[in-house]
Design a binder for this molecule. Structure first.
Ligand code: URA
Length: 434
């Protein structure tokens, strides 16, 4: 077999066989196939698309490129949750403790952020001493004792995806449905959970910019999950504005703590309740949606979810004083106000631009090697549908370099569109595929 022939076949819109896809994945992962040939094939896939069969073969080959994580040592039914990536998405930090406080084990292997979307592990780095790199023994001991553990991917999970994702990132081939579906599912299937809930973000801050594409991606992932005998459910949720009010690592941990105490923003709380309902149903921890919601709400109202978060921080070596008093989390030197020049109602907030504003003040990574400023970020004070008077504060920039912060204030202002007319609030849950 020759890589040249595989590229030519896809260029000419022909379907690749399982053997050809495996040849590419094995050769690229081992370093035998160079980046320039892999890039050419990715671009041919991007332009000519893949059939369902090809996408399934690609997922299987990427999954088999690495190890699988055996969860049989975790007591009870195992459920997993994934988000395709959004701005201000701190759902895992809240949903995990809520679900675990309902008695269902929640073990999550998370990643770091790249570009304008943040990663859960970076947020947890805001807590002094918090360890995300655990041995398998530590992971099993923690999850079986507290029912909650958020850690980094262990060992060698889907190394083909790691390499291909990095190449897609620099060759403008990220936002292709087959490539995203295979990337997400190869990682999810590596973890031997019983069921998977995926939050597919849709809108200006997400890879999927419109609902049709998000449905296509969801159908693809649900079908792949089923073909591997894994119950998979996708929720399509709004990412046309940031989730909650904060974007930036320590700021998002503080907002998560407030949400766990039932003082969080409505959209963030509601999303955690909806995803939590599904997790409890799939995990046999509730019989109906109503029962699941009542249990989850109780974890917020009784403080059980907050206490579960404290337990997790303690068991993973973190400083709980910073959670008991969130003013002890990393703090930026400057907090700059952003005021509106216009009046009316907020019509749109370009979520991607808000993410890039946070990136500008150091809250994210431009490249894999970049250092993150844990204290930096953006606070949104007005969301879509809110009334605004000229001169009102629409947000804040938390920064350590005042000059960069001032430029970020201008950038945040540009992310907002204000209409003279009434604008309704946005719907959060846009669809479901199962
Ligand atoms: N998230 C992933 O894990 N992979 C993609 O390709 C896109 C989002």
């Amino acid at each position: 077999m020759r890589m040249y022939d595989i590229i030519q076949k896809k260029r000419d819109r022909k379907e690749l066989s399982e053997a050809e896809i495996s040849y590419f994945i094995e050769g690229y992962t081992s370093g035998e196939i160079p980046d320039y040939q892999a890039s050419a094939l990715l671009m041919a896939i991007y332009i000519n698309k893949m059939s369902r069969k090809e996408t399934e073969h690609l997922t299987k080959a990427m999954l088999e490129s690495g190890d699988t994580v055996d969860l049989s040592g975790v007591n009870g039914r195992k459920v997993d949750k994934h988000s395709t990536g959004g701005v201000g998405d701190k759902t895992t930090l809240i949903l995990g403790p809520m679900v675990a406080a309902c008695g269902l084990p929640f073990s999550k292997m998370s990643g770091r952020g790249l570009g304008h979307t943040g990663g859960t592990l970076d947020k947890l780095d805001s807590i002094e001493g918090f360890r995300t790199q655990l041995t398998e023994e530590e992971f099993l001991a923690i999850i079986n004792k507290t029912k909650l553990c958020i850690c980094s991917q262990s060992g060698n999970i889907a190394p083909a995806d790691k390499k291909i994702y990095a190449l897609r990132d620099v060759t403008a081939t990220v936002d292709n449905i087959s490539l995203i579906a295979a990337s997400v599912m190869s990682k999810k299937l590596s973890l031997k959970s019983d069921a998977i809930v995926i939050d597919v973000k849709v809108g200006s801050g997400a890879f999927m910019k419109n609902l049709d594409d998000a449905y296509e991606l969801s159908n693809e992932m649900v079908r792949i999950g089923q073909s591997f005998d894994r119950e998979t459910v996708c929720y399509l949720t709004d990412m046309d504005q940031p989730l909650g009010n904060t974007v930036g690592n320590a700021l998002e941990v503080a907002e998560s703590v407030e949400t766990l105490k039932n003082n969080g923003p409505k959209d963030l709380t509601e999303l955690c309740l909806v995803l939590g309902e599904e997790l409890l149903l799939l995990g046999n921890a509730a019989k109906t949606k109503e029962e699941a919601r009542a249990k989850l709400l109780d974890t917020l109202e009784s403080g059980a979810a907050y206490r579960k978060f404290l337990e997790m921080v303690e068991s993973q070596g973190g400083n709980i004083e910073q959670i008991e008093d969130i003013s002890k989390l990393p703090k930026a030197k400057h907090v700059l106000e952003v005021r509106s020049d216009a009046f009316g109602h907020v019509e749109a907030i370009e979520a991607e631009e808000v993410g890039k504003t946070a990136l500008m003040v150091g809250a994210g990574r431009e490249t894999k090697e970049s250092e993150i400023d844990l204290s930096a970020g953006v606070v949104i004070s007005k969301k879509i549908g809110d009334a605004v008077a000229a001169g009102d504060i629409i947000g804040y920039i938390h920064c350590n370099d005042e000059e960069v912060g001032k430029a970020a204030c201008e950038k945040l202002k540009l992310a907002y569109s204000i209409s003279k007319h009434f604008v309704p609030k946005r719907k959060l849950i846009l669809g479901k595929v199962d």
